[in-house]
Design a protein around this ligand. Structure first.
Ligand code: ADP
Ligand code: DP6
Ligand code: CO
Length: 322
């Protein structure tokens, strides 16, 4: 019983930052994202009835203790669903930098959920697979459908991701630092909720922004999508910076990209900046402008263009009956 799956990262246009229920990984608000067609993660899960414990090889080496523990806890959920006691060997390869704020936990747990479900013989709908991926990492929920997707706030049944209609869009990823962030998203989220006085306003405003973003997507209004995207990202970073002790993910080079993107707009090119929990900046553009935007930003970091990406999928399976 072995299965291999591929999943891509997604970048939120309206961010998820805060859990209503940590145990079930239920978000405090909805969120909306665009899946990338670059930076795939490939994960293979092989069941081993004789093994005493799960193992994880991540990016060619034995995974750090924390990453292994997270994968083991996730596999416990899969085993519960499948009624199996078998341990698994997991081998995963990210092409996106791991833990750098470019959504490795999204592609990582979407690929793991998809491969593990197949290896353990679960036949899940896309909705149930996204609910399962949610338990590994919240942002992974949206990497199951890919494309432009909404992740609904709700209870365990109601909190899943699905695609929404949207105009053609592209992104230019500006990598400033591929290193691992000092404070992971999970811990930073907890600290923000516990100590940032701005957190309640973040929840109220983001709930409103999700509705506005879905309206803008349905209307095909790229300008409105872009304006909401940049605003929501800066609101998230302001909320995080309000934590105590403070956390600041954006550095001077990140801010320089936001400035360059504002200059592009002044010069007549529609581009909007966003950033997740890390210093790297992702720029939303129209597909026809992505080459020019990438050229304009090339001096500010490592630049990679992306279109709208596919959902997670099984690429190989043996002995699973799938
Ligand atoms: P990012 O911004 O990259 O999503 P996070 O702090 O959210 O950073 O998550 C990073 C963590 O996600 C890693 O420390 C590891 O525990 C987990 N992770 C990343 N990639 C994978 C993968 N391919 N398989 C399993 N777990 C992964
Ligand atoms: C800033 O999904 O990485 O990228 O659910 O604890 O694994 P956990 O956190 P994670 O947080 C993502 C935060 C974000 C915004 C987003 O992707 O919506
Ligand atoms: Co993450």
């Amino acid at each position: 019983m072995t299965a291999t799956a591929v999943a891509h990262p997604n970048i939120a246009l309206v961010k998820y930052w805060g859990k209503a229920d940590a145990q079930l990984a239920l978000p405090a608000t909805g969120s909306v994202s665009m899946g990338l067609d670059v930076f795939p993660t490939t994960t293979t899960v092989t069941l081993d009835g004789a093994a005493g414990t799960d193992s994880l090889v991540l990016n060619g080496g034995a995974a750090p203790e924390g990453a292994l523990l997270r994968v083991q806890q996730f596999l416990d959920l899969v085993r519960d669903l499948a009624g199996s006691a078998d341990r698994a060997a997991v081998v995963s390869e990210n092409t996106v930098p791991t833990g750098a704020g470019l959504a490795s936990s999204a592609s990582g747990f979407a690929a793991l959920a998809t491969a593990a479900a197949a290896a353990y013989g679960l036949d899940l709908s896309e909705r149930d697979l996204s609910r399962l991926a949610r338990r590994g990492s919240g942002s992974a929920t949206r990497s199951i459908p890919g494309g432009v997707a909404v992740w609904h706030a709700g209870d365990d049944q109601g909190s899943y991701a699905e695609r929404v209609p949207a105009p053609p869009m592209a992104m230019v990823v500006v990598t400033i630092s591929a290193g691992e962030k000092a404070i992971g998203s999970r811990e930073a989220m907890r600290r923000t909720i516990a100590t940032s006085p701005f957190y309640p306003a973040w929840v109220t405003s983001t709930t409103e922004t999700v509705g506005e973003m879905l309206d803008a997507c349905a209307a095909g209004d790229f300008t409105r999508i872009g304006e909401l995207t940049e605003s929501n990202a800066l609101r998230m970073h302001a909320t995080i910076e309000g934590a105590f002790p403070p956390i600041r993910y954006l550095n001077a080079r990140s801010v320089a990209v936001f400035d360059a993107v504002a200059e592009l707009r002044t010069a007549g090119t529609e581009a909007y900046a966003t950033a997740d929990a890390g210093p790297n900046v992702v720029v939303l553009t129209k597909p026809e402008d992505r080459g020019a935007v990438a050229t304009a930003l090339a001096g500010l970091g490592d630049v990679i263009e992306s279109g709208t990406g596919p959902g997670a999928r099984v690429v190989r399976s043996e002995g699973t009956g799938a």
